[in-house]
Design a protein around this ligand. Structure first.
Ligand SMILES: [Ca+2]
Ligand SMILES: [Ca+2]
Ligand SMILES: [Ca+2]
Ligand SMILES: [Ca+2]
Length: 327
């Protein structure tokens, strides 16, 4: 065998670790061990480390400011880190009923290469926590009336408004005379500027958000606009497509999702408070809401859809894994 010396033996597991002699070649040693019929598995002895956390300095995450000044919502991002103090809509909190964001951020804070398309009511691209995070179409020269990148959309330098068929995806969503800006809120949850001392923290610190407005100022949209936006996202470099919207089964959107999926996009849709769009289509991760004590917000309605969503997540992970191992 290779030039090695025994380091440790774990008889209960049938495991032995060896140390290469000075100047030994790890790959060659592994190949030799793997070719032996007496060896079931050979691999490097991986370095482990303690699980760490990383905390950005955004004030809403840390102190729970009523930042958006809506009056009736106290924004505290307990979904990222739930300390159990009861910020979860007054139901009391269950410590660490959250997405373990600080632990994840210690490993990865999100890449600028992973563009998140947000199909929603648009984005307030002047918002201090989003202005630097809005995707720019570098192939398009703004305001010259020419489709410079020949993608079928004239002057689409910061996304597109499919609801009004114009190049300004500004979030005009309001209700009862008050700004609601659902798309802006969703975009910030996904990828607000983070560790910038401003406002809230996003899950992905690095990702740009592609503003694709598919719903009008009242929060309603049409299937074909959403389908066209999904195709736009897939064709223009989005890696993740988020659809926090709901409705009846929509064949065009179904076809668009299959198109985006075939181009390697990861698609996330709301499991839905009513209706059932996208959330249980093949290739879609279905997301639902939990309260601060880990209860589903709408127990009866979400159980079925989230159950299906978990199945699709397994499917998706299986496919990702297969892609990774065959490439
Ligand atoms: Ca264009
Ligand atoms: Ca242009
Ligand atoms: Ca517009
Ligand atoms: Ca921030």
């Amino acid at each position: 065998m290779a030039r090695t010396e025994l380091r440790r033996s774990i008889p209960a597991l049938g495991v032995q670790t060896v140390r290469l002699r000075k100047g030994g070649d790890l790959q060659k040693a592994l190949e030799r061990y793997r070719s032996s019929p007496a060896v079931e598995y050979a691999g490097p002895n991986h370095v482990l480390r303690i699980a760490t956390q990383r905390w950005p300095n955004d004030p809403i995450l840390l102190y729970g400011w009523d930042y958006l000044d809506l009056g009736f919502i106290i924004l505290y991002q307990w979904g990222l880190y739930n300390d159990g103090s009861g910020s979860g809509f007054g139901t009391g909190g269950l410590p660490r009923a959250d997405i373990k964001a600080p632990e994840a951020w210690a490993v990865e804070t999100g890449s600028p290469d992973v563009v998140i398309a947000v199909l929603d009511t648009g984005i307030d691209y002047t918002h201090p926590d989003l202005s630097a995070k809005v995707w720019r179409n570098t192939g398009e020269i703004p305001g010259n009336g020419i489709d410079d990148d020949s993608n079928g959309f004239v002057d689409d330098w910061r996304g597109w408004d499919f609801a009004n068929n114009d190049n300004d995806p500004w979030d005009d969503h309001s209700q009862d005379g008050m700004d609601v800006q659902h798309g802006t809120f969703v975009s910030a949850i996904a990828a607000a500027g983070t560790d910038d001392g401003v406002g809230m923290a996003g899950v992905s610190w690095g990702s740009p958000v592609m503003a694709l407005k598919v719903m009008d100022s009242n929060g309603y949209g049409l299937e074909d606009d959403a389908a066209a936006a999904v195709v736009y996202a897939a064709d223009n470099g989005a890696k993740i497509i988020n659809m926090s919207l709901t409705g009846e089964d929509a064949p065009a959107l179904r076809a668009a999702i299959q198109y985006a999926w075939s181009k390697g996009c990861l698609i996330v849709a709301a499991s839905g408070n009513s209706g059932h769009l996208g959330g249980y289509l093949s290739g879609v991760i279905s997301g639902g809401a939990l309260r601060g004590r880990h209860q589903r917000v709408r127990p009866a309605m979400h159980r079925r859809r989230l159950g299906t969503g978990r199945f699709q997540l397994r499917q998706l992970l299986g496919r990702e894994w297969l892609q990774a191992t065959t490439s």
